[in-house]
Design a binder for this molecule. Structure first.
Ligand code: NAP
Length: 313
C-alpha cells in the first residue's frame, strides 16, 4: 500500500519519479481529486507531497485518517490551511531559503527590464524597426534610484542586498524593524511609498497581507512610481493597480504574480508600461532541484521519525 500521496498536476516528470522511487506512492492532479481515491488507499497515506496553488483545506485533509505531514513544494504555503492542519495534528513543511537567490535575481531583472524598456528594445530589433526608424525613446536610469522593499524577510533581504550593489537608496517596511546597514525603516507602507520611486513586494501571501499594497499605497507612490511584485497576486490591490497603470498615475509595474493565475486579467496584456512574467521566480533547473530535494528530505525525516528540516507549524 502507498504511504505517500503525490498531489499536483504541475509536478515535473523527474520530480514525480524521484518521489515515487523513494516511497510507494499514488498520484492525484489536485486536492479536488483526493475524494476519488478508494478508502484503503486513503487510509494508508501518511505523507502528502504537495505542489500547486489550489486550496488544500481541512475537508481534503479529512480524507486521510493517518496523515502526518503535508510537505509543500515552495516557500509560500498560502494554499494550505495550516490552522486546519495543526488542529488535526498534521505537520506542514515548506522549502525556504534555497530559492531566495532566484527570486531576488528575477525581481532585479524585471526592474531593469521595466526601466530600460527591454521589451520595446527587443521588439524594435526583431521587427526591423531599428533600421527604418532609428533609436528607441530614451528610458530611465536604474542605478541610484530609491527603492522600498515591502517585507524584509528572507527574499526581501536578498533583493535589498542586490539593490545596494546598484547604489540605491534603500527603504523597507516590515512588521518589525530589522538590523540593517543603514536602510530606512517605515512602519507605514503609505509613508514609505511617498519616499521612494520603486516598491518591490516580497511579502508572504494569504489573508493577512491581502491588498497590503493598497490603493492608498499606490496613490502615494505617484507618477514616477514602479511596482515590482514577486510575492503573490493577493498582496497588491490588483484592481487599483490596473486603474493606476491605465490612467498613467504610476509609471509602470513588473509582475511575476497575479490573481487568478494562469488566466490573468486581460487588461494587463494591453499595457505597454508593464513587464509580465509567468510566476517563474524560482524556476531555474538548479533551484527547482534543490526545492524538490528539500521536500523529499522533509518527507523522509517524517517517515523515519526524525526532526523535520523546515517545519511551518
Ligand atoms: P519570509 O522570510 O517569511 O518574509 C515574509 C515577509 O512578509 C516578512 O518581511 C514579514 O514581515 C512580512 N509579513 C508577513 N506577514 C505580514 C503581515 N501580516 N503584515 C505585514 N508584513 C507581513 O518569506 P520569504 O521566504 O521571503 O518568501 C516571501 C514570499 O515570496 C513567499 O511567501 C511567497 O509567497 C513568495 N515567493 C514567490 C516566488 C515566485 O516564484 N515569484 C517564489 C518564492 C516565494 P516580518 O519581517 O516583520 O516578519
Amino acid at each position: 500500500m502507498s504511504e505517500l500521496l503525490i498531489c499536483g498536476a504541475n509536478f515535473k516528470e523527474d520530480e514525480r519519479a524521484r518521489l515515487a522511487n523513494a516511497y510507494p506512492s499514488v498520484f492525484v492532479g489536485g486536492p479536488s481529486e483526493m475524494a476519488d481515491l478508494d478508502e484503503p488507499t486513503r487510509a494508508a497515506i501518511k505523507a502528502i507531497a504537495y505542489k500547486g496553488h489550489a486550496p488544500f483545506g481541512g475537508a481534503e485533509m479529512d480524507h486521510f485518517p493517518n496523515l502526518g505531514v503535508i510537505a509543500n513544494y515552495g516557500v509560500g504555503y498560502d494554499a494550505i490551511d495550516v490552522e486546519a492542519a495543526s488542529a488535526r495534528g498534521v505537520k506542514v513543511t515548506n522549502t525556504p531559503n534555497v530559492l531566495n537567490d532566484d527570486v531576488a535575481d528575477l525581481a532585479i531583472g524585471m526592474l531593469i527590464a521595466q526601466f530600460r524598456t527591454f521589451y520595446r528594445g527587443e521588439t524594435h530589433v526583431r521587427s526591423g524597426a531599428w533600421a527604418d526608424q532609428g533609436e528607441i525613446p530614451l528610458n530611465r536610469k536604474v542605478t541610484g534610484t530609491s527603492v522600498g522593499i515591502v517585507g524584509l524577510g528572507r527574499i526581501g533581504r536578498e533583493i535589498a542586498d542586490r539593490c545596494a550593489a546598484f547604489k540605491m537608496d534603500i527603504h523597507y517596511t516590515s512588521r518589525s524593524e530589522k538590523e540593517t546597514p543603514g536602510w530606512t525603516y517605515h512602519a507605514d507602507p503609505v509613508e514609505m511609498a511617498r519616499a521612494v520611486d520603486v516598491l518591490i513586494v516580497a511579502l508572504v501571501g494569504g489573508k493577512e497581507t491581502e491588498n497590503h499594497v493598497s490603493k492608498a499605497v499606490i496613490d502615494a507612490l505617484g507618477p514616477r512610481g514602479v511596482i515590482v511584485n514577486i510575492s503573490r497576486g493577493t498582496t497588491v490591490d490588483e484592481a487599483a493597480l490596473l486603474d493606476a497603470l491605465e490612467q498613467g498615475r504610476i509609471a509602470g509595474a513588473a509582475l511575476d504574480v497575479f490573481l487568478n493565475e494562469p488566466r490573468i486579467d486581460p487588461r494587463f496584456a494591453k499595457l505597454d508600461n508593464v513587464v509580465l512574467q509567468p510566476h517563474q521566480g524560482s524556476g531555474s533547473v538548479e533551484t527547482r532541484r534543490a526545492m524538490a530535494e528539500l521536500q523529499l528530505e522533509n518527507i523522509a525525516n517524517f517517515l523515519s521519525g526524525k526532526a523535520l528540516v523546515t517545519p511551518v507549524n
